[in-house]
Ligand binder design. Sequence first.
Ligand SMILES: [Fe+2]
Length: 387
Amino acid sequence: MANEKILIVDDEEDVCHIIACMLATQGFETATADGPERALESLAAFRPALVLTDIKMPGTDGLELARQIKEVSPDTSIITITGYASIDSAIQSLRAGVDDYIKKPIELGQLVTAVRSALGKRATTLRNKKYVEELHCQLARAKQTPASSFLGAVKGLFRAEGQVTRGAVLDTVESLAIAMGAKDAVTKDHSRQVGAYASRMAEFMSISPDIVGQFRLAGLLHDVGKIAIPQYILDKVEAERTPEERETFRQHPMISLRILQPVREFEPILDAVLHHHERFDGKGYPNGLSGASIPVGARVIAVADSFAKTRSEDSSDDIPSEASALECLIAERGKMLDPEMVDVFLQVLLSIKEETGGEIHTSNVGKIAIQENFSSFIEPNGPRPTY
Ligand SMILES: [Fe+2]
């Protein structure tokens, strides 16, 4: 921030000079203009991040100058300098697009605080703008589908939780998730299944309703970063990928994080999303975390993800694939997957079976036939882990 350029506009040369000296002590690069005309000329040449302008000047005043600057350079921050601040001057400043105003006589502390605050706000605005632009670019590159149940699921969840805020950004993320679903045909339904299983696991563990919602959301969005992975890599199974392709594929949790991170509402699920490919034995990615150091949400998603994925890979078989999917979970107990979370998952499947009379059926997951003998994998009346 210290190297940012600041243009100082005042018809009194001495005032310009004093302010320039004050800002120079803080490391800012400055230029001065003795009036609005010169200021507009230097706008293009000097390209300041911030314009600091006196309000009272002969001819065009500082507020009119602010309006003209905002028209040609809306990202430029503006602070006005006023002899006497009043409610009226504050309202006029706001209407002119001014970010802040400071009173004369100017004190160094007050000046630096106002300048840093305005530059900080500008940096945030530019970051958000760039983020939305990047998402739109990614969206344009991705193959899009018409309305998707994936979109409905995410929107419904937010509506239910009364969290529909920052609409534009949220809509973009959701659209991105749809595009991701279109890109990787398995992912859309897969993500919904993972979200549904993860939330059932949270319910089983008697975790708070907030966390249940977060686990569902993490399941829905954990693979959103696949949008940036080339299609030919997604189309291969892990064993078919070259080391380079494997490395590229392994970037997707980090990309998911980058996509979701700027939206405040997604903050509680970021850990689960980033670490959903960590392994209990520490051989996973991106950080090689092991055991309890892996966030609980990520350990839950890993189990739900593994089961849903194995089932979808076997879905072309005529034989119901629950048994083989469960065998995979058991085989990975304590290796890839947290053994306690595997037990929780099995208990959840059992309870779903009891609810549906021999079939797993939830509104989100859909109808899944299950073999009668799968309960033999579960220790009868085993203790529930506590969290
Ligand atoms: Fe993943």
